[in-house]
Structure formats: C-alpha cells, structure tokens
Design a protein around this ligand. Sequence first.
Ligand SMILES: Cc1cc2nc3c(=O)[nH]c(=O)nc-3n(C[C@H](O)[C@H](O)[C@H](O)COP(=O)(O)O)c2cc1C
Length: 205
Amino acid sequence: MSAQTKLAVVYYSSTGTITAIAQEIAEAAEKAGAEVRLRKVAELAPQAAIDSNPAWAANAAATADTVEATPDDMVWADAVIFGSPTRYGNIASQLKQFIDTLGGLWAEGKLADKVYSGFTSSATAHGGQESTLLALYNTIHHFGGILVAPGYTDPAKFADGNPYGTSHVDAQGNNPVDDTTRTAARIQAERVVKIASALKAGLAA
Ligand SMILES: Cc1cc2nc3c(=O)[nH]c(=O)nc-3n(C[C@H](O)[C@H](O)[C@H](O)COP(=O)(O)O)c2cc1C
C-alpha cells in the first residue's frame, strides 16, 4: 500500500463555480501531501442546453480535458470530496447518476472505511446549501464512510460560516469564487487529507 494518501475530488459543474472550488481543493490537497485525482462526472444534459448558456458552454470547453470520474476512482481513493451545485436544495442529477453507478462497489463493501466530504454552491444565500450537503451526506452513511466536515475547526470558518462544507453564493454568475470561499476550500482539503492520512496510517499499523 502506498504511504501517500490518495484523494479523489469528484464534481459536477454547469457554469464553472463548482469547477473553481474543485480546482482549489485539488491544489490545496496536493500541497498538503496527497496524491490527487480531479474528476468531473459525465454530463447528462443535451448539447443544445449547454450551447444555450454561454457560461455553461465556456465551462464545458475549459474542462474538456478534465478526466471523467469512473468507479475505479472510488476504489483507488482513501478519501473522496464530492462537489455539486445546489439544485432545488439537492445535488445535481449528474453527480447522483455517478453515485448510482456505485451499487456494485457498495455491495462489495469497497466504499466503506474511506473519508468523505462535500462542497456546493448556490445562486442565493438561503437557497439550500446546507440541505444539499446533508442530502449528499445521507449517501456517505450508506457507504459506511467516515464523514469529515470542516466544522469551525479554523478561525477562518467563521468568515464563510458553513460547518457542513465549503459553499459559495454565485448570485446568478455575478459573484465569482472569492478569497473567503477559497480559504474555506483550503481548510476543508487540508482537514480531509489530515484525517484520511491518520486513518490510513492507523489501518496499516
Ligand atoms: C435546475 C437548477 C436548480 C437550481 N436550484 C437552486 C436552488 O435551489 N437554490 C439556489 O440558490 N440556486 C439554485 N440554482 C443555482 C445554482 O445552484 C448555482 O448557480 C450554482 O452556483 C451553479 O454552480 P455551477 O456554476 O458550478 O454550475 C439552481 C440552478 C439550476 C440550473
């Protein structure tokens, strides 16, 4: 078993907000010593829908080379951080579809005993960030995963104010990912790597 902690950042993003947070988390986790796979899940929307929204088309083009997530990424990882925009207070169907392909691994117990965490973004401040993360976290319990939320474990968490996971209010595309959200992303990445590394070392002992 490799000593280096393996982290998969598995996300869906239409218009790029979640992409930006995913990239920040991946970079911070690498700096914290993890081997990182940054993976987008497969798009389900028709091309016409993507083309009708310039921000969606731009994000699709900018992430064309980002590798798509596969179930093997879940097996490989010691820790997984999922990211999804808030969709009616829930995760996006694209991420749910990926999660729903994992039933075989779940049945084999291969999703258990890993560290999990999540991040989201929404258009509005009370638009369902917490319900989205809690909905995502329902699945982690079914996996037998170890949920590592950021809590208020760093003074900077009182600035973004979301103990459930990194979150950002994009104001319909008018508020790009800022320093407060990037700081929250780094705190979450570092905490996940720290706890996953301790768990990995403990299990190997
Ligand atoms: C179908 C749909 C449902 C959405 N539902 C919500 C919602 O419940 N609350 C909210 O504040 N924003 C909602 N949004 C806005 C997105 O969550 C928000 O713009 C998000 O930051 C987009 O992330 P992305 O840029 O990574 O795609 C919704 C957007 C779409 C397309």
